[in-house]
Design a binder for this molecule. Structure first.
Ligand SMILES: Cc1ncc(COP(=O)(O)O)c(C=O)c1O
Length: 442
């Protein structure tokens, strides 16, 4: 090339949730008996969740009534009636919300919104990330800054609640931090944040003049008697707040690629307003996000059967969370927190349990050779080594905690399995394999 067109920045982008699929495909090629059990990707549809029949009916009716219109472009910032409905809906849960529909922007999935919010920050300005984090946020934030992410700890010894002291310590020493990311309910930990925790985060943002980004894509998935606390209500008139929501997980319709950004507190700070206007401008360049889900958004969420559907969904997630936490807690080598929201869990290995010589028996000689090769790479994290062995030995695919920028070793799994027999078999196997793996060098 005339000039160099590549650099090292892509090393800052990490998404093991999908990268591990390449390893799965390779093992599938090498081992004809390999049976994949995907616990890596949070796709309810892939895990057998039925799309509610009322949604399919709404879609069919929309095609009949609206005709070809629903296959066209819509407004670049989003279908105006859908944006107006988002404002009304925000007010229902948070009466003090005063959202202007001009500051509700639809994107092709929240993934696209995540890229944009970091992209539009002036170069070098940072948004403090949680750790463990959802890797798209941490990757896109650090990719834009061209630096590793700056993060606050989620504390596994306090039900994965954010460590507020750590948060303040990080903010204090780094002038470039302009915002705090909160993911609630949390991916990857399954934690749901208390009102007190959110109050403390808002107070910190107020004290240091920061804005908050609240990723709430799982806000309808809360169980075990927990309540989703509205940060919108707490931050109102105090702190600029960007809320992120979407329909990938709760309808569920991840392939619909429909998420949205809500910019609250627009008049609190002219600089924040300018930033929001920059995001608005940037979104125009995308032409528009997927039209169909936006056109039926209100009908879907306001459907008389939606609440029952949501309750059933949460009851199932609660049951899975209880069973999986109880089963994994039988392992003396793990520390397990049950989850209260979303559909993930992150069990951790107790300190000193893992080493770089542990293995599991892998039947196929070719797959065994391949796993030995990929686990001998210098610097490979110990939990990644475990995950690769578990995958090749059993077909069970989880994601290493270290790939979520975690300082603790462990793994993230999904709690989405619909079939209790399959779920039980999977997690009993995981416990058995952990014992075998840990004790393989004893
Ligand atoms: C916390 C969080 N935010 C955003 C997303 C992206 O969702 P979408 O499918 O709308 O792009 C995910 C997907 O797993 C997620 O877990």
């Amino acid at each position: 090339m005339r000039q160099k067109i590549s650099d090292d920045r892509p090393t800052l982008m990490r998404y093991e949730i999908r990268e591990i699929v390449d390893v799965v495909q390779k093992i599938q090629e090498l081992d004809k008996n390999f049976k994949f059990v995907g616990e890596n990707i949070g796709d309810p549809v892939a895990k057998g969740w039925p799309v509610p029949p009322f949604l399919k009916e709404i879609l069919i009716d929309a095609i009949k009534q609206e005709g070809d219109k629903i296959f066209g472009y819509t407004h670049s910032r989003g279908y105006p009636p859908a944006r107006k409905w988002v404002c009304k809906y925000a007010k229902r849960f948070s009466p003090s919300a005063n959202l202007d529909y001009e500051y509700v922007l639809f994107t092709s999935g929240l993934g696209a919104a995540i890229s944009t919010i970091y992209e539009m920050l002036p170069h070098g300005k940072r948004i403090l990330q949680p750790t463990p984090s959802y890797p798209t946020h941490a990757s896109m934030e650090s990719f834009n800054a061209n630096l590793e992410s700056v993060s606050y700890q989620l504390n596994p010894n306090n039900d994965w609640q954010p460590d507020i002291e750590d948060m303040e310590a990080k903010i204090k020493v780094d002038e470039n931090i302009v915002g705090i990311l909160v993911i609630n309910p949390n991916n990857p930990t399954g934690a749901v944040y208390s009102k007190e925790t959110l109050e403390k985060i808002v107070a910190l943002a107020e004290k240091y003049k920061l804005f908050i980004v609240s990723d709430e894509v799982y806000f309808r998935m809360v169980y075990f008697g927990k309540k989703f606390e509205q940060i919108t209500e707490i931050a109102n008139n105090r702190v600029p707040l960007v809320v992120m929501r979407g329909l990938s997980k709760d309808v569920p319709w991840p392939g619909g690629r429909c998420g949205w950004l809500e910019f609250h507190g627009i008049d609190l700070d002219p600089d924040y307003k300018k930033y929001c206007d920059a995001v608005k401008k940037r979104i125009l360049l995308e032409v528009c996000s997927t039209t169909i889900p936006q056109m039926i958004l209100e009908q879907m969420y306001e459907h008389p059967k939606f609440d029952d559907w949501n309750k059933e969904y949460n009851a199932h997630l609660e049951d899975n969370s209880r069973y999986i936490a109880e089963t994994l807690s039988k392992s003396p080598y793990l520390k397990v927190n049950p989850t209260y929201g979303a559909f993930y869990m992150m069990p951790l290995f107790k300190e000193g349990v893992l080493n770089d010589r542990q293995t599991l028996p892998i039947e196929s000689p070719e797959a065994k050779k391949y796993v030995e090769e990929i686990t001998s790479k210098p610097g490979l994290k110990l939990d990644k080594r475990f995950v690769y062995y578990l995958l090749a030995a059993t077909g069970i695919c989880v994601v290493p905690a270290s790939s979520f920028f975690s300082k603790h070793y462990g793994f993230r799994l999904t709690t989405l399995e619909r079939d209790p027999a399959k779920r039980n078999a999977t997690y009993e196997k995981v416990v058995e394999m952990i014992q075998k793996y840990v004790e393989s060098t004893k």
